[in-house]
Design a binder for this molecule. Structure first.
Ligand code: SF4
Length: 722
C-alpha cells in the first residue's frame, strides 16, 4: 500500500473529480441579466498544453457554454499578447470541431478501417474492464502497456491518475524518451543540470549561436528577445543542416552534414585551446579534465573535421575564434541535434564550450537549454510522482521509440496484449511507422485510445473514448522553456460525453473494483497538493492567487547566473570535461557505420524535421484550414541531386528505403546540402497521398545517451513518381 491515505470515501473522490467540480461550478459563473434573458458568463485563465517551450497563457470567456472570446494573455510578459498560428483558433479547431469524438466508440470494421459505432460509457468501460481482467489473470500486468507522451504538458492530465493506475496493475513501464532525453543526458554529463541562461536574459548576449534550433517556427516567444539583442549589436549564428526560417534571418548560417555536431564542437574546442583563447582561470577553478580534453581534441583538427562536417576549414576556425572572443557569448540548444546515434555526445561536447571560454561569468553568456528543473525544485513533485512509490521496480520497461518492435516481437514474454494510448499518436510520431501499424493491426491486441479525433492510431483501436480539451478540464502547467507557472481552469463543461483522462482512469479503476484511494483522487486535489510547497521560487503562491491571475513567474533572482562561480551539479561539483566513469570519458564522434551497399542503394541522408507552422507534432494536422495553410508535404532536394535524378521543381516523387516509402512534391532548392534530403514531421498518414509520412522512413535505433530516438539515422533514395 502506498503512503497516500485520505479519510474520504472512494465515491466521494469520484464526485470531486473534475467532472463534478465543473458541474458544481467551483468557479461561480458571473450571471449577467439582459432584459428577460439571463446569460451565464464565465471567464477563466488557461494555458497552452502543447509540447512547446513557450507555454503561452490565455484567457477564455464563455457565454452559455459557448466560447465568445479566446485570446493570449495581455499581461504575461513572455506570452506578450500572442499565441501562434497553431492555437489562434483553438476553440473551433479542436473543442468545437465538427469531427470531434463526442461519445465512446467501438470498432465494427477491420482494424485501420476507422469504422466505429457509438457505445455508452458504461458498456464500453465494462467491456474494457472484462478484457483487461482476463489479460491480468492470464498474462499478468506486463502484458499491458500504456503509451502516452506530450500530447498535453499539463501535469494533471498528462500522467497523474493514469500513472498510478498502470503502476497498480503492474503494467509494463514506458520509456518516454522520444524527445529531449538524449539532449538532457548529454548536458547533464557535462554540467549536472540543464538550466543555464534564462530566455529573457538573451537580450544581454552579444554573440548568439542557435545550434540546431529554429525559434522563428518552434520557440516563437524567444525570437523577439533575440531580435532585441541583435538591435543592440548581437551577432546571430545558426548552425543547422537545414536552411530553416531562422537560418534565413541569421547573420551567418553554418550548414554542417547532419549528425556531425560532436565533431564540430570538438574542433571548436581544439581551435580555442590551440590558440590559447580559453579562460584559464575559469578552467582552473571550475572544471576538471582539461589535460585529457586537450589531448583528446588533437584528433579533431580543422582539416579532419572539415571532411566530416562538409564545412570549410576557415568556417570552423572563424566560428571558434569569434565565439571565444565575443562577450557575452551564448549557445542556445534545444533538441535539434539529438536524433542521431551520437546525439547525447553532441550535447555533452557543446555544453563544454561555455566553461572553456568562461562565458558563464558574463550575464547573458553560457548555455541556454531547458528550465524544467526549476519547477521540479519549486513544486511538490511527490504528489505527481506517486506512481513511483506504487510501481514494482522489477517491472520491465519498453521504449516508446521501439513500440513497433515491441508489438511485433514474438519472443516478448508476455506479449503486449492490451495497449492504452492517451496524449499520443504513435502511428504518426513513432519511428518505423509501418512496423508500428503492423503491430496495431494485430487482432489479439486490445487497443484503447483516448483522444479528441479519430487519429491514425485511433483507426486501429477497439475502443475510442472522447477526451476533454484544454477548455474543459483543470490542469497545472510548468514549462521546459521559460519560468512561468500556469493554471488551467475549465471555461465550459465537457462537450458531449467527453471526460478528462484522469476521469477515464478513475472510472476504469472503479470498474475493476479497485479500492485504493490514490486511484480516485480528484483533479483539484492533485493540483492543490502539487502547489503545497514552501520553496522560495513559489513564495506566497497559493491555488487562489494562481487562479486569480492565471500565471506566476517563478521567484528567481534577477541576475540568474548559475555557473558564474562554478556550482555545477556533477559529482565533482565542476564542469566535467573528462569523467572516467562515463563511456566514453570524453565525447567522441562515432557515426553510424553503413555498409557500402547501403550507401549506394540509399545514397541520400534523410532529415525529418519539425518545420510545420500550423501543426505541433501531429496535433492539428487534421484541421482542414490549417492543412490548407501548410500545404501538402514537400521534399527538399538539392539542385545537383535533383538533376541527377531528372527531378524538376514541383515534380511528384517517391522517397524510399527498406522501411517504407513516402510520396511528396519535390522542392528543388538549396535548403539542404548535396547528399541530404529533408521532409517535415507531423502530417497524418491517412490524410496524405500514398498513406505514409516521414516516420515510415526513420530509424528506431536509440541514441548513445538517454535512450532517445536516433530517428535521423536514415538514408533514402528518391525517384520520380511515374
Ligand atoms: S504552441 Fe507554443 S507558441 Fe503556440 S500557443 Fe502553444 S505555447 Fe504558444
Amino acid at each position: 500500500m502506498p503512503p497516500f491515505k485520505k479519510n474520504i470515501s472512494r465515491r466521494k473522490f469520484i464526485d470531486l473529480g473534475v467532472q463534478g467540480s465543473t458541474a458544481i461550478g467551483l468557479s461561480l459563473p458571473i450571471i449577467a441579466t439582459t432584459g428577460c434573458n439571463s446569460q451565464n458568463i464565465k471567464t477563466t485563465h488557461g494555458a497552452c498544453y502543447h509540447d512547446c517551450p513557450d507555454t503561452c497563457s490565455w484567457t477564455a470567456t464563455a457565454v452559455d457554454n459557448k466560447i465568445t472570446e479566446f485570446r493570449a494573455s495581455q499581461d504575461n510578459p513572455y506570452t506578450n499578447g500572442k499565441l501562434c498560428a497553431k492555437m489562434n483558433n483553438f476553440p473551433n479547431d479542436v473543442t468545437f470541431h465538427p469531427d470531434r469524438i463526442l461519445t465512446p466508440l467501438k470498432r465494427v470494421g477491420k482494424k485501420g478501417s476507422g469504422e466505429f459505432e457509438p457505445i455508452s460509457w458504461k458498456q464500453a468501460m465494462n467491456e474494457v474492464a472484462v478484457r483487461l481482467k482476463k489479460t491480468l489473470a492470464k498474462e499478468g500486468g506486463e502484458a499491458v502497456l500504456p503509451y502516452s507522451y506530450a500530447g498535453t504538458e499539463g501535469l494533471v492530465q498528462r500522467n497523474s491518475i493514469s500513472g498510478r493506475f498502470f503502476a497498480h496493475i503492474g503494467a509494463s513501464k514506458l520509456e518516454r524518451t522520444i524527445c529531449g532525453n538524449a539532449a538532457v543526458a548529454g548536458v547533464m554529463t557535462t554540467n549536472g543540470q540543464t538550466t543555464g541562461v534564462l530566455p529573457e536574459d538573451i537580450i544581454h548576449s552579444r554573440y548568439i549561436i542557435l545550434w540546431g534550433t529554429n525559434p522563428v517556427t518552434s520557440n516563437q516567444h524567444l525570437w523577439p528577445l533575440i531580435q532585441q539583442a541583435r538591435e543592440d549589436g548581437a551577432k546571430l549564428v545558426v548552425i543547422d543542416p537545414y536552411q530553416s526560417a531562422t537560418a534565413v534571418e541569421a547573420d551567418w548560417h553554418i550548414q554542417p552534414t547532419p549528425g556531425t555536431d560532436t565533431a564540430l564542437a570538438l574542433a571548436m574546442i581544439n581551435v580555442i585551446i590551440a590558440e590559447d583563447l580559453q579562460d584559464q582561470d575559469y578552467v582552473d577553478q571550475y572544471t576538471v579534465g582539461i589535460k585529457e580534453l586537450k589531448k583528446h581534441v588533437e584528433q579533431y583538427d580543422i582539416e579532419a573535421v572539415s571532411k566530416i562536417t562538409g564545412l570549410k576549414e576557415e568556417t570552423i576556425q572563424t566560428l571558434a575564434r569569434e565565439y571565444a572572443s565575443a562577450s557575452p557569448a551564448l549557445i542556445r540548444v534545444l533538441i535539434g541535434m539529438e536524433h542521431q546515434l551520437n546525439g547525447g555526445s553532441a550535447f555533452s561536447a557543446v555544453a563544454m564550450l561555455p566553461s572553456l571560454t568562461g562565458a558563464w561569468r558574463h550575464f547573458g553568456g553560457g548555455l541556454m537549454h531547458m528550465t524544467y528543473e526549476l519547477f521540479g525544485q519549486a513544486l511538490n513533485w511527490e504528489r505527481l510522482e506517486l506512481e513511483k512509490t506504487i510501481a514494482n521496480q522489477d517491472i520491465r520497461s519498453i521504449s516508446m521509440i521501439q513500440i513497433g518492435r515491441a508489438l511485433n516481437d514474438s519472443s516478448l514474454s508476455p506479449a503486449i496484449n492490451a495497449l492504452f494510448v492517451y496524449n499520443s499518436n504513435p502511428a504518426v510520431i513513432a519511428p518505423n511507422q509501418n512496423l508500428v501499424v503492423k503491430g496495431l493491426e494485430r487482432e489479439d491486441l486490445m487497443t484503447v485510445v483516448l483522444d479528441h479525433f479519430i487519429t491514425d492510431t485511433a483507426r486501429y483501436a477497439d475502443y475510442v473514448f472522447p477526451a476533454t480539451s484544454q477548455l474543459e478540464h483543470w490542469d497545472l502547467l510548468t514549462s521546459w522553456g521559460q519560468t512561468y507557472l500556469n493554471i488551467n481552469e475549465p471555461t465550459i463543461p465537457p462537450v458531449g460525453e467527453a471526460k478528462p483522462n484522469t476521469e477515464f482512469f478513475r472510472l476504469l479503476a472503479n470498474e475493476m473494483s479497485f479500492t485504493e484511494d490514490y486511484l480516485y483522487e480528484s483533479d483539484l486535489s492533485i493540483l492543490k497538493k502539487t502547489l503545497e510547497t514552501d520553496h522560495e521560487y513559489l513564495n506566497g503562491v497559493t491555488f487562489d492567487t494562481l487562479r486569480k491571475n492565471g500565471w506566476v513567474k517563478l521567484n528567481i533572482p534577477d541576475q540568474w547566473m548559475p555557473h558564474a562561480k562554478g556550482n555545477f551539479k556533477t559529482s565533482s561539483g565542476k564542469c566535467e570535461f573528462y569523467n572516467a566513469s562515463n563511456e566514453p570519458p570524453i565525447p567522441e564522434y562515432r557515426p553510424k557505420a553503413y555498409s557500402r551497399e547501403e550507401l549506394s542503394t540509399f545514397p541520400l541522408k534523410l532529415l525529418t524535421i519539425k518545420s510545420t507552422k500550423n501543426f505541433l507534432n501531429s496535433s492539428h494536422a487534421n484541421v482542414k484550414e490549417l492543412m490548407d495553410k501548410e500545404g501538402q508535404p514537400v521534399l527538399d532536394i538539392h539542385p545537383e541531386d535533383a538533376k541527377l535524378r531528372e527531378i524538376v521543381d514541383g515534380a511528384e516523387v517517391k522517397a524510399y528505403n527498406k522501411n517504407g516509402e513516402v510520396l511528396l512534391t519535390a522542392k528543388v532548392r538549396s535548403k539542404v546540402n548535396q547528399g541530404v534530403v529533408s521532409m517535415p514531421q507531423g502530417y497524418w498518414s491517412s490524410l496524405v497521398k500514398g498513406g505514409s509520412t516521414a516516420n515510415a522512413l526513420t530509424s528506431d535505433l536509440l541514441t548513445d545517451k538517454g535512450r532517445g530516438g536516433a530517428l535521423q539515422e536514415a538514408r533514402v533514395e528518391v525517384t520520380l513518381l511515374t
